[in-house]
Design a protein around this ligand. Structure first.
Ligand code: NAP
Length: 254
């Protein structure tokens, strides 16, 4: 990262779910570059090992735990192993999501509805239940929502509804966890990761997505990481219950 950045997370411990690539990895890297001990996690051990290695090769303090966010034992392990290693938790970034279907809502199978709810919403609640006893005074939660939570996007409508639910969850948890823990969200626009490959790999579709932005470009994982790091840091110490849309000016709300 060529940009000059601060050291806002010196002495802090940060867990980022789904952080072996894409936006989650960029957030973990950013927090690590700013001094945090970061806990990497995702479903596959190999991906976890590789991501931890990448961060360590940059001189960052990183530790990895396999965690499929909808697996109760994995969530328990993620929190317990973090506490065993670092003794506390200052930041949790809930970033995992699934978008298993492009079907219209009225033709989406019940099993798919369950999976969307379970991974995109319920797992965040359950992970935070597990983390809560270990959260420090002044701790911070960042939930990754989506521009699709504000603007229904064709082919990902039900996914968008789960991301809208996260806006409500952010508000609700900010009430419940105050004053010791702040809870905020980032709503990314289009970012060319594997997750968004179906939008960004097709040149024509990609162009349409770019043209929807005022800044004439797609977002980068680092753009999302900068916003997440701001919200997680003491620079945002008087902000809770808010969502920052990081979407290059795609119309969202007044
Ligand atoms: P990505 O690049 O495809 O990365 C997905 C990451 O999630 C991988 O590290 C993957 O590793 C892990 N993962 C997948 N399912 C998981 C699960 N059930 N439990 C734990 N880890 C899991 O995705 P991304 O674009 O960075 O997306 C990250 C977040 O940003 C999601 O919440 C997404 O909804 C949101 N978002 C993305 C965009 C976009 O345009 N990219 C826009 C708006 C919002 P393993 O395979 O090893 O599990």
């Amino acid at each position: 990262m060529a940009k000059k950045i601060g050291r806002r997370f010196e002495g802090k411990v940060a867990i980022v779910t789904a952080s072996t690539q894409g936006i989650g990895f960029a957030i973990a890297e950013r927090l690590g570059l700013e001094g945090a001990s970061v806990v990497i996690s995702s479903r596959k051990q190999k991906n976890v090992d590789e991501a931890v290695e990448k961060l360590k090769n940059k001189g960052l303090e990183a530790f990895g735990v396999v965690c499929h966010v909808s697996n109760a034992q994995h969530r328990k392990d993620l929190i317990q192993k973090t506490v065993d290693k670092y003794g506390k938790i200052d930041v949790v970034v809930s970033n995992a999501a699934a978008n298993p279907s492009v079907d219209p809502i009225l033709r989406t199978q019940e099993s798919v509805l369950d999976k969307l709810w379970e991974i995109n919403v319920k797992a965040t609640v359950l992970l935070l239940q597990e983390a809560a006893p270990h959260l420090q005074k002044g701790s911070s939660i960042v939930i990754i929502s989506s521009i699709a939570g504000y603007n229904p996007q064709p082919t990902m409508l039900m996914y968008g509804v789960t991301k809208t639910a996260l806006l409500g969850l952010t508000k609700a948890l900010s009430t419940e966890m105050a004053p010791d823990t702040r809870v905020n969200a980032v709503a990314p626009g289009f970012v060319p990761t594997n997750f968004a490959a179906f939008i960004t790999k097709d040149e024509a579709v990609r162009k349409v997505a770019e043209e929807k932005t005022l800044l004439h470009r797609l977002g980068t994982p680092e753009d999302m990481a900068a916003a997440a790091a701001f919200l997680a840091s003491d620079d945002a110490c008087y902000i809770t219950g808010e969502t920052i849309i990081v979407a290059g000016g795609i119309p969202s709300r007044l």
